[in-house]
Structure formats: structure tokens, C-alpha cells
Ligand binder design. Structure first.
Ligand code: NDP
Ligand code: OXD
Length: 310
């Protein structure tokens, strides 16, 4: 029995170093070059595996995502039926995402772009003072990442609300849920943060209709997936002034093509899908834990719901 690792070659060594000591005696096979016998593969740790590949392993018992998101797994229409899929829930991933969101919120809120432009022009001028308690933040997705970011923003005294499938009861956070909750959530949101999983229900959720439902001049932060945003609609909203600016970490096409208007947009801050980076040594224990649980016949942790897609 062996564990298969499917990822970019540059990341392979770190995954082997992290998983090896936790799984003594288990061969770690890099896909595709080290996988000679598909029948020996019992567990797969993957990021962007080739479509249909996971059906090739007749003894596969677990698929583990190398990230919190599993859209890269569910984009495969030919997954092995009944094989459990786990995602990562990790202290470092959560902390880094909240840092990213706070940085983006504060950069916008404290008019950093304006002050940088003034610095470049050697201009000593005061911009209007921001009012934190009047700047309403709305987080699409109140899961592991959204909840942590919401709590940290609320601690800074921003009024924070979240939108999720099921209503939440979180101290100091206003909860909106389901289709009916979306319009009132958007109407009270000055800074929209997307931390949703990408599923058929959330694809394209940041579009002309939802952007138009925000107060004029609202700001958008997307650190979830590029597929949540209809790019033409966001660009049009930036052009019209409906949206004053955006911070984008994720894109419909990654790496972002050189001719994308986002690269040089004066009101877009972008990063190359690095809001929160998986650190193999931090997340390997939960994968090893599930391999142990499978052997002991115990319930697995961090499983995703294949029907919901997250
Ligand atoms: P969780 O599964 O913990 O949370 C997902 C949240 O989204 C839940 O609150 C869920 O609602 C809500 N949700 C899902 N579908 C819908 C829907 N149709 N309508 C309303 N709400 C919905 O995920 P995480 O917080 O751990 O991660 C979120 C995403 O962040 C990941 O899927 C990934 O794509 C992205 N990510 C990006 C990274 C980056 O570097 N850019 C790094 C890590 C993650 P409910 O609570 O009711 O189930
Ligand atoms: C993730 C990611 O899903 O890094 O963890 O995007």
C-alpha cells in the first residue's frame, strides 16, 4: 500500500518531508513518475489532478485536498464513487487568510492608495478621516475562514455581517442566510469580502446584479476563487464607479494572462493566489490522522459533502 502525491513538481519535496515521518513504512509515490502499480495506491493527496485520473486506483480509500478548497477535485466529473474526500482546516491557513483580509480592508479604509499617490507627487494633504463604526463589512461565507476574519474585523470595531447557507449565531456578527438573505446583506455592505467555496451554487455570485445591490462606491475583496466573479461585470462596475476598487487574489484563469486588464487597473490591487498558502508540515498531521482512522474504522475528520461540493 502506498500514498500518491499529485502536485506541481516544485512542491513535491516539502510534501514528502512532511508526510514521510508521520507514515513510517508507507511508500510516497509522486504522480505520475513514481506510480508504477495503480493497485498499491490507497490514499491520494492532490492539487489539480488530471481529470479522470483518480478512477485508475482500484484500492483508493481517501482523497485529500492540498488546500481548504475542494473545487479542484469536484471539477472532475469522473471521481471514484464512494471514496471519501477531505479538505484542510489549519491554523496557519486561517491566520494567513484573516491577515490578508484585514490588510485589504485597512488599506482601503485608511486610503492607502491615495496617500501613496500623494507621496509620489510630494503632496502634504489630509484626506477625509475614516469612520470605522460606519464602515460595514459583509463576508460571503461564514465558514472556518470567514468566521475568523469576521471576528478579527469586529474586534477592530467594524460592523460585520456574514452570509452563509445556514443562519449562524456568532457574537457580534450579524447573520444573513440563504437566497432570501442575500439582498439585505448586500444592501448593508460597504466592503464585500468573498470567502465562499466555489460550487455550482456560488459560481459567478459576484456579478452585475449583486454588485449593483451594494451601496454605490462599495469595495470588493475576493480571496476565495476567481470563478466567483464575473470579470466583465466587475470591470464595468469599477468603470461606472458603482465599485470604488477591488483587491483580488484569485482569478478565473491562473496564472492571470498577461493581457488581463486587472494587471494595470488603477483601482485593483492583486496578488497571485497567495492570500493563504498551505504549509505541508502544518497540515500533514490531519492527513495522517485520517489514514490512521481508516485503519481503525473510526469516523474521518474534515470530510467534505460531495452533494454540496464543499
Ligand atoms: P468552509 O467550508 O469552512 O466555509 C464555507 C462557507 O460558505 C460556509 O459558511 C457555508 O455556509 C458558505 N456557503 C457555501 N455555499 C453557500 C451558498 N450556496 N450560499 C451561501 N453560503 C454558502 O470553507 P473555508 O472557510 O475553509 O474556505 C472557503 C474557501 O476559501 C475555500 O473553499 C477556498 O476556495 C478559499 N481559499 C482560498 C485561499 C487563497 O489562498 N486564496 C486559501 C484557502 C481557502 P454554511 O456555514 O451554512 O455551510
Ligand atoms: C486553498 C487555496 O484552497 O490555497 O487552500 O486556495
Amino acid at each position: 500500500m502506498a500514498l500518491m502525491i499529485t502536485c506541481a513538481p516544485a512542491r513535491l519535496a516539502a510534501w514528502k518531508e512532511a508526510l514521510g515521518p508521520l507514515l513510517p513504512g508507507v511508500p510516497l509515490r509522486a504522480y505520475p513518475q513514481e506510480v508504477a502499480d495503480p493497485a498499491e495506491i490507497r490514499w491520494a493527496v492532490v492539487w489539480n489532478h488530471p481529470l479522470g485520473d483518480l478512477r485508475r486506483y482500484p484500492n483508493l480509500e481517501l482523497v485529500a485536498s492540498m488546500g481548504a478548497g475542494v473545487d479542484h477535485i469536484f471539477r472532475d466529473p469522473d471521481l471514484p464513487p464512494g471514496v471519501p474526500i477531505m479538505r484542510l482546516v489549519d491554523r496557519l491557513l486561517t491566520t494567513a487568510m484573516s491577515e490578508y483580509v484585514l490588510l485589504a480592508v485597512l488599506r482601503h479604509h485608511r486610503q492607502d492608495a491615495g496617500y501613496r499617490a500623494q507621496q509620489a507627487a510630494r503632496l502634504w494633504r489630509e484626506l477625509p478621516a475614516p469612520d470605522t463604526e460606519a464602515t460595514r463589512i459583509g463576508i460571503l461565507g461564514l465558514g472556518v475562514l470567514g468566521t475568523d476574519a469576521a471576528a478579527k474585523l469586529a474586534a477592530l470595531k467594524f460592523p460585520v455581517a456574514g452570509w452563509s447557507r445556514r443562519a449562524k449565531s456568532l457574537p457580534g456578527i450579524e447573520s444573513f442566510a440563504g437566497e432570501a438573505g442575500l439582498a439585505p446583506f448586500l444592501a448593508r455592505t460597504d466592503i464585500l469580502v468573498c470567502l465562499l467555496p466555489l460550487t455550482p451554487a456560488t459560481r459567478g455570485i459576484v456579478n452585475a446584479r449583486t454588485l449593483g445591490a451594494l451601496p454605490r462606491g462599495a469595495y470588493v475583496i475576493n480571496a476565495a476563487r476567481g470563478g466567483h466573479v464575473v470579470d466583465a461585470d466587475l470591470l464595468a462596475a469599477l468603470e461606472s464607479g458603482q465599485i470604488s476598487g477591488a483587491t483580488l487574489d484569485v482569478f478565473n484563469q491562473e496564472p492571470l494572462p498577461p493581457d488581463s486588464p486587472y494587471w494595470s487597473h488603477p483601482r485593483v490591487v492583486m496578488t497571485p493566489h497567495t492570500a493563504s498558502i498551505t504549509v505541508p508540515r502544518s497540515v500533514a498531521p490531519q492527513i495522517a490522522e485520517n489514514i490512521g482512522r481508516l485503519a481503525r474504522g473510526q469516523p474521518l475528520i474534515n470530510l467534505v459533502d460531495s452533494a454540496a461540493g464543499y
